[in-house]
Design a protein around this ligand. Structure first.
Ligand code: 6PG
Length: 236
């Protein structure tokens, strides 16, 4: 069993622990540097954690919140990660945080990589805290197995911090096939990481990811890269 794996009885307890860990890390960084950066994943898992974290009394005005990845849909689309963050995290005390969107007016993410890299880079050296999720297929961020752009995302050349992903040839195809994602450089260099995973179906995938091939289970790249800076939280 990986010593970083924390198994909790239910998703409420897991979300509360994840929120506490993030609050602690952000507070620690603010105390040291006067500012902090928090890069978060979307999807369904972090919702409760966001709501709990939003009520923490941090110096949120010193925190920059950004995305680990984004579906290339309008910011008011029901499946937009930006929408989820604005609605569930950037409220109450946390509404004072500075938010850094990924989605731009560009038709496709590839056209926006340079501009978003320029906007994100100042907050990634290193980022203070990263919240990751995992799909049953072993992806994290938008690192979908077999997707186009995955090599550049997982093994970035020339220090790229942002990559465009085309998941057309994966089960993610369709409306959400175009993605933008942080690359493994900022992800693996984060000062602290939280991997929040729910459900029995993902427990098996997590076990494979802890020991498997990172090409098949891209989340392993983050698990290996973050090492002991990562807390893996799982609940049924
Ligand atoms: C996204 C996420 C992605 C997510 C996993 C898990 O945009 O979908 O950033 O990496 O963390 O797909 O998603 P769930 O929490 O919905 O299972």
């Amino acid at each position: 069993m990986d010593s970083r794996l924390i198994v909790l009885d239910d998703r409420e307890a897991a979300s509360a622990l994840a929120a506490e860990l993030a609050a602690l890390q952000l507070s620690r960084t603010i105390a040291r540097d006067g500012q902090a950066s928090f890069m978060v994943s979307g999807g369904s898992s972090p919702g409760r954690m966001f709501s709990l974290l939003a009520e923490e009394h941090l110096e949120w005005e010193k925190v920059t919140v950004g995305l680990v990845d984004e579906r290339w849909v309008a910011a008011d689309h029901p499946e937009s990660n930006e929408k989820a963050v604005r609605e569930k995290l950037l409220k109450g005390p946390a509404s004072a945080a500075h938010f850094l969107p990924m989605k731009t007016a560009d038709a496709e993410p590839a056209s926006a990589v340079a501009s978003r890299a320029a906007a994100y880079a100042p907050h990634l050296s290193p980022l203070s805290c990263i919240l990751l999720g995992m799909g049953p297929d072993g992806h994290t961020a938008s690192w979908f197995p077999g997707s186009m752009g995955l090599e550049q995302a997982m093994y970035p050349k020339d220090g790229a911090v942002i990559a465009a992903i085309d998941a057309s040839n994966t089960p993610v195809a369709g409306e959400f096939r175009h993605r933008m994602t942080l690359t493994a450089d900022p992800v693996c260099n984060a000062e602290a990481g939280i991997l929040l995973v729910f459900g029995e179906d993902k427990r098996a995938a997590l076990e494979h990811a802890l020991n498997g091939d990172e090409q098949l289970y891209p989340v392993r790249r983050a698990i290996e890269g973050l090492g002991r800076r990562l807390s893996i939280i799982w609940a049924p």
